[in-house]
Design a protein around this ligand. Structure first.
Ligand SMILES: Nc1ncnc2c1ncn2[C@@H]1O[C@H](COP(=O)(O)OP(=O)(O)OP(=O)(O)O)[C@@H](O)[C@H]1O
Ligand SMILES: [Mg+2]
Length: 145
């Protein structure tokens, strides 16, 4: 029933907590876990503004994608050790839009993500990406606290 899961990660401790749940769900018939990171284009553009347009956008994007691919492999070792079939996906753009699009395109059974990410503001109940994914995606979403 839950055969393919999309696990979007920003490499935060909150998103790492999703791993424990995925491992527990293993016996529910999970066949594949797609671990996804979105390189946030807005952050790259903001950096460019700070450096007065001197940032080579193409080069930064290319390097960020490569770094994310490497980081994903290391970050997800605990899942691989548990015998789950894992694949990686790196996209560039707006995180919540790319997560929603990937979930549809790959026809996943469920999205599993952290309820928050890197934002340290204590009063934050939900991160903006988790909130938008719940609101806009047609897929079931499991938010991990
Ligand atoms: N760039 C990203 N790529 C993939 N998944 C992401 C990305 N950013 C966030 N996520 C997923 O969304 C979850 C919630 O993060 P979110 O960005 O919504 O909260 P936040 O960083 O605490 O707050 P905000 O970004 O709104 O300031 C993360 O635990 C992760 O699962
Ligand atoms: Mg965030």
């Amino acid at each position: 029933m839950i055969s393919r899961i999309l696990l979007p990660t920003d490499f935060s401790e909150h998103s790492r907590k999703c791993f424990d749940y995925i491992i527990k769900l293993k016996d529910c018939g999970i066949e594949e876990v797609i671990i996804m990171h979105v390189v946030d284009l807005k952050i790259i553009r903001e950096t460019d503004v700070i450096f007065d347009g001197e940032v080579d956008e193409e080069q930064v994007i290319e390097r960020s994608i490569k770094q994310a691919e490497e980081k994903l492999k290391v970050f997800t070792e605990p899942l691989a050790e548990n015998g789950l079939r894992i694949s990686f996906l790196v996209k560039i753009g707006n995180p919540c839009s790319e997560i929603i699009r990937a979930a549809d395109e790959m026809n996943v059974s469920m999205i599993v993500m952290g309820h928050r990410g890197h934002n340290l503001a204590e009063e934050l109940l939900l991160g903006s990406n988790s909130e938008k994914v719940i609101r806009k995606s047609s897929k079931p979403v499991l938010l991990i606290k």
